[in-house]
Design a protein around this ligand. Structure first.
Ligand code: SF4
Ligand code: SF4
Length: 240
């Protein structure tokens, strides 16, 4: 059985909260919020976990740091930044949420979210071996060519040096619904696009963005960028 998460070390977190949050606010000013509620009206997470973006700001203004640090609403917020565009003061609650997520100890984060990121740092977010990805692509391609004569010359290249476009791929599809990959292959084929997948760092999802650790998501993006460069591909298509 997994160990129970340790209690939040609120004393330690409180000392970091001000620095992280003020850096995410316009001019570093918490008191810019007018309490107008425009952010709440368009927020898909308003009311979940007893929280909304205006309330989060109010808790911060009134120094109720423990409530802010402990709320699981930060995982209900989608970080869509809709609030930022509705807010007359340009306050980006999604960015504040990102900072709060990064402050949450790893053993207190949603397990699947952190696990997907950890897997992606090693290879891809579902953890299927790279050889299986290559095999699945080849197998699905062969099946389409065999069963659909009008697509007998369909291509799904991997590691094609000098291709014009690099296409990444959400790892969920080759793992659980591989036939879903075919639609895009057909569109690219019909458009006459010269493209390729890679056999390493091919996962298009960026799960490491969501736990709020910049070093982790930079690492996964950088590895894919290096793969694109090593193949000498000109353009990068991010499917996610
Ligand atoms: S829209 Fe901006 S100013 Fe209005 S309540 Fe939300 S954060 Fe505050
Ligand atoms: S970023 Fe979060 S707080 Fe802002 S609108 Fe989206 S879900 Fe709501």
């Amino acid at each position: 059985m997994a160990d129970a998460p340790k209690p939040l070390d609120l004393d330690r977190l409180r000392t970091r909260l001000k620095e992280r949050i003020l850096g995410a606010l316009p001019d570093g000013r918490l008191d810019y919020c007018l309490t107008c509620g425009l952010c709440v009206s368009g927020c898909p997470a308003s009311g979940l976990e007893g929280m909304d973006p205006r309330r989060l700001l109010r808790l911060l203004v009134f120094g109720q740091d423990d409530d802010v640090l402990a709320t699981d609403w930060i995982y209900a917020c989608t970080m869509c930044q809709r609030c930022k565009y509705a807010c007359p003061m340009g306050i980006d609650v999604g960015r504040i949420v990102y900072e709060l997520r990064g402050m949450r100890p790893r053993d207190r984060r949603p397990r699947n979210l952190q696990r997907s990121c950890d897997l992606q740092k090693a290879s891809n977010s579902t953890g299927i071996p790279d050889e299986d990805f290559v095999w699945v692509v080849g197998d699905v391609l062969e099946e389409v060519r065999r069963n659909e004569p009008e697509w007998a010359d369909l291509q799904a290249p991997i590691d094609k040096h000098g291709a014009e476009y690099f296409l990444n791929q959400n790892a969920k599809e080759p793992t659980v619904e591989p036939e879903e990959m075919v639609h895009l292959w057909k569109i690219l084929h019909a458009a006459g696009v010269d493209w390729t997948y890679a056999s390493r760092w091919w996962d298009g999802a960026n799960y490491c963005l969501f736990p709020g650790d910049p070093a982790d998501w930079e690492l996964t993006v950088r590895r894919q960028a290096e793969m694109v460069d090593s193949l000498g591909v000109r353009y990068y298509i991010n499917t996610e």
